[in-house]
Ligand binder design. Structure first.
Ligand code: SF4
Length: 479
């Protein structure tokens, strides 16, 4: 077990091209020292100073910008035999007073650096850049030394092709890009709904569901192989929805996609007229069916995807610096998990996503309204309410069995015992469905009166026909 980090989940990286023999010996020495101290995987892109000296590459998803939605204080959602790396980072950063350091948007790995030594490289760059810090100043001018130290390490971990920072970057356009954005800007309490992409090759079921939802919601989300299970892809489903007359929100997850494919898919979506993109890290393959894919399928995380796509849209450049002639039009969104980690930690993660480019947030389902308010307050303390539209997730419970499943099996969801009891006591199938609708309507009543909340996202998967009733009976749009 390393001194400062949890144990590694995967072995250290090998370089794409081996160094010459003397350098390999040096690399091996560096690997053993940093392995013992930090569980280092030789990613070659060290950000330990930003992560309170806990190595983020020990996280099974390799997340470099914060925790995932299923993390708990006790264990990692992927491998419950280990603690969550990011909990450790947040905890230590809080104790050391370094939380604000966690806001800097860290780059994905540079493949040409992985597996190589970094110490000699650091010295080489320090000499070449001629920018300090100068060792003598440690004794003669500590303030200057510290400033130069920070500037040097910032340059080191933020290469020219990334330039991540901790600032908010408002979108660089005026007119709304999509109907969803226009509705949110109008100040209405907006509803979106989720449609599960079909298991088969026919789009007829999407068209049928679009028929149910049209006129009730501003847009429909299409999940992107959620729970690591294959279905019709999100882009094709979104296009079928668009052609059927309803605006889609295409979910775009980082799992299984290299940065090249993420750029290409997002660009393809814009070319097809799909302008709402919800950027996610994605569930680990552990949550999918067998046989499981090989692990380590994350080239980027959600924050990095948002940062990259925002720059493609607003600055007109691909990650590799090539110019984009016709810039894509995207209204960018992110997910949030109000019940995952303590609200103060989740708020840091949300701020990072907003700074990176998220313009709307759709949350995990809300059942515990009071805890949801704690999260909203934590976001308010970070001044996020004026920078991002927030849509609260809502799942109408279809059965007592579904309630138990949500309560026991779904990471990041908190379902109060009282709700489970109500569902258990609701009698037969029809009675349970009615109780599920009643609970949802009670919740909507509270949500629509919540300051800072802009709408709700209804996830009535395989029960989409209930959405019109929820919208009509809650009189959303008529307040
Ligand atoms: S719970 Fe999520 S963020 Fe934490 S270590 Fe596991 S995969 Fe990484």
């Amino acid at each position: 077990m390393p001194v400062f980090s949890p144990r590694r989940y995967q072995p250290p990286f090998s370089p794409v091209q081996r160094d010459a023999a003397p350098m390999r010996a040096f690399t091996a020495a560096e690997r053993s020292i940093k392995g013992a101290l930090f569980g280092c995987r030789m990613c070659g892109n060290c950000i330990l100073q930003e992560t309170a000296f806990v190595c983020p590459m020990t996280c099974p998803k390799g997340l470099r910008n914060g925790l995932c939605g299923g993390a708990t204080p006790e264990r990692c959602e992927v491998d419950p035999t280990r603690p969550c790396t990011w909990y450790m980072i947040y905890d230590r950063a809080e104790r050391l007073g370094r939380e604000e350091k966690l806001l800097e948007i860290n780059a994905p790995l540079d493949g040409s650096r992985v597996g190589h030594e970094t110490w000699i490289d650091m010295l080489r760059k320090w000499r070449a850049w001629e920018m300090g810090p100068h060792p003598l100043e440690f004794f003669t001018d500590r303030a200057k030394f510290t400033q130069e130290w920070e500037a040097y390490f910032y340059k080191l971990r933020q290469p020219d092709w990334w330039q991540g920072d901790a600032q908010y970057h408002p979108p660089a356009y005026e007119k709304p890009i999509s109907q969803l954005e226009a509705h949110l800007r109008s100040g209405a309490f907006v509803a979106t709904a989720e449609i599960a992409p079909p298991l088969g090759a026919s789009g007829e079921i999407i068209k049928k569901k679009v028929g149910w939802l049209q006129g009730y919601v501003s847009a429909a989300n299409f999940t992107d192989n959620a729970s690591a299970s294959a279905r019709m892809n999100s882009m094709a489903s979104s296009k079928i929805c668009l052609d059927a007359g309803l605006e889609p929100v295409m979910q775009l997850q980082a799992r299984d996609r290299s940065r090249v494919v993420i750029e290409a898919d997002a660009m393809g979506a814009a070319g097809l007229g799909i302008h709402n993109l919800l950027c996610l890290s994605g569930d680990h393959h552990r949550f999918g069916p067998n046989p499981m894919s090989k692990p380590d399928q994350f080239d980027m995380d959600a924050v990095q995807v948002l940062w990259m796509l925002r720059r493609m849209r607003d600055e007109g450049i691909y990650l590799d610096g090539r110019a984009i002639k016709e810039r894509p039009q995207w209204f960018l969104g992110a997910a949030a998990s109000p019940f995952g980690a303590p609200p103060k930690f989740e708020a840091i993660r949300a701020e990072k996503k907003v700074n990176a480019g998220a313009q709307f947030i759709q949350t995990q389902p809300i059942f515990d309204y009071d805890r949801f308010l704690d999260w909203m307050e934590a976001l308010d303390k970070r001044n996020l309410h004026d920078k991002v539209y927030i849509l609260a997730g809502l799942i109408p419970l279809k059965s007592a069995r579904a309630a138990h499943f949500m309560a026991d099996e779904v990471p990041g969801v908190v379902l109060p015992a009282e709700i489970v009891k109500r569902m258990d006591a609701a009698g037969d199938k029809e009675g349970q469905q009615e109780e599920g609708v009643t609970i949802a309507l009670e919740l909507i009543e509270k949500l629509r009166r919540t300051p800072g909340l802009n709408g709700m996202h209804i996830m009535a998967v395989h029960w989409e026909e209930i959405v019109p009733r929820l919208i009509e009976e809650s009189r959303i749009g008529s307040q």
